[in-house]
Design a protein around this ligand. Structure first.
Ligand SMILES: [Zn+2]
Length: 335
């Protein structure tokens, strides 16, 4: 028995010694794994199904607002070779500033209390990212020490970067009471000839399509081979904050996912009404709200409704079409 074992070991050792060191055949470089995709967002640690593709911060490619960032404010004071201090780019829980540096805690960090979150959050703020794709948007937010709960890419994939229980830094005074989303789009400009339009959009037989610049190498868009097309072919012109801007529309995939997400938020946090700020004639307003109007408003609004210095989501965002989709999602199924 022992002898057999010895022989076997000897054979193994010999085999090891004489095994030719053949060069390994060239293996094709594996592309990175496609992000896992589900259809659930996270609200106070609980999963909520929304019926649109969702990639969470815990999943590849890891768009995670909980990771510390180099303090953007410290940059100018650094000595050569000195590392900046690492800081948070969001606020744990929800609280309201009272002045004198005091704050009233509305949702305690890590309490994960959905009832208290639903009592506090009553606005869903829509942004365009001026980055064109969510991968770049995440990078830019990190560099600036900012955060947002969701990013919506051109193919309709939603990336959730943090739990809704925590405060994202995306819309100044609305932060404590809001959820934020950055929708991938290159933004709105006063000139129809803005160079960004020629760089990002082209025409083929089927019409206008989104041509991601070569340097982005696919831009991290999850859907392989995806060709995005604006919901309307031509540049859309419209007035925001009393200035005329031009912009290409969002993709149908973005509208569809945004409507499903918005309906889910209205259900999960019912103080968010499925409507936008309207004027006396019932039209969605195209300028910043007064302090009193902003205080009163509960629902879905643009960043430009919160701040005078913002235009997003821009004149191409089709509010009525979008809100109709949200209301359809919210309609109970026929018995
Ligand atoms: Zn914005």
């Amino acid at each position: 028995m022992r002898f057999t074992l010895l022989l076997a070991l000897l054979a193994l050792a010999t085999a090891c010694r004489v095994a030719p060191l053949r060069p390994r055949p060239m293996e094709p470089v594996e592309p990175p794994p496609a992000p896992k995709v589900g259809d659930e967002i996270v609200v106070c640690g609980e999963r909520v199904s929304i019926g649109a593709p969702v990639v969470l911060w815990t999943q590849f490619p890891g768009y995670d607002s909980y990771q510390l960032v180099p303090d953007p404010a410290a940059k100018k004071d650094l000595q050569p070779g000195e590392a900046p201090p690492m800081v948070l780019a969001y606020e744990p829980g929800r609280s309201r500033k009272l002045g004198d540096g005091m704050a009233e805690v509305l949702v305690a960090p890590a309490s994960r209390d959905r009832a208290s979150l639903a009592a506090v959050v009553d606005q869903f703020v829509l942004h365009y990212d001026v980055c064109g794709v969510s991968r770049t948007c995440h990078k830019v937010l990190r560099e600036r020490g900012l955060s947002v709960h969701f990013m919506l890419d051109v193919d309709g994939t939603i990336y959730q970067t943090m739990d809704l229980a925590d405060t994202a830094w995306h819309a100044t005074k609305s932060n404590p009471r809001s959820i934020g989303i950055e929708i991938a789009n290159m933004g709105a400009y006063p000139s129809k000839a803005a160079p960004v339009f020629a760089e990002w959009y082209a025409r083929d037989d089927a019409g206008t399509y989104l041509r991601l610049p070569e340097r982005l190498r696919g831009g991290g868009v999850r859907t392989e081979g995806f060709v995005g097309r604006p919901a309307r072919q031509e540049l859309v012109s419209g007035t925001i904050q009393k200035t005329v801007y031009h912009q290409y529309d969002f993709t149908p995939e973005q509208y569809a996912s945004l409507a499903k997400l918005s309906a889910a938020l209205c259900r999960a946090l019912p103080r968010i009404q499925p409507d936008a700020p309207r004027d006396a004639q019932g039209k969605v307003t195209n300028a910043v709200l007064s302090d009193a109007e902003w205080e009163r408003f509960r629902g879905i609004l643009g960043h430009y409704h919160v701040q005078l210095n913002k235009q997003d989501p821009g004149p191409a965002f089709d509010w009525e079409f979008f809100l109709r989709l949200v209301r359809e999602e919210l309609r109970p199924p026929a018995p």
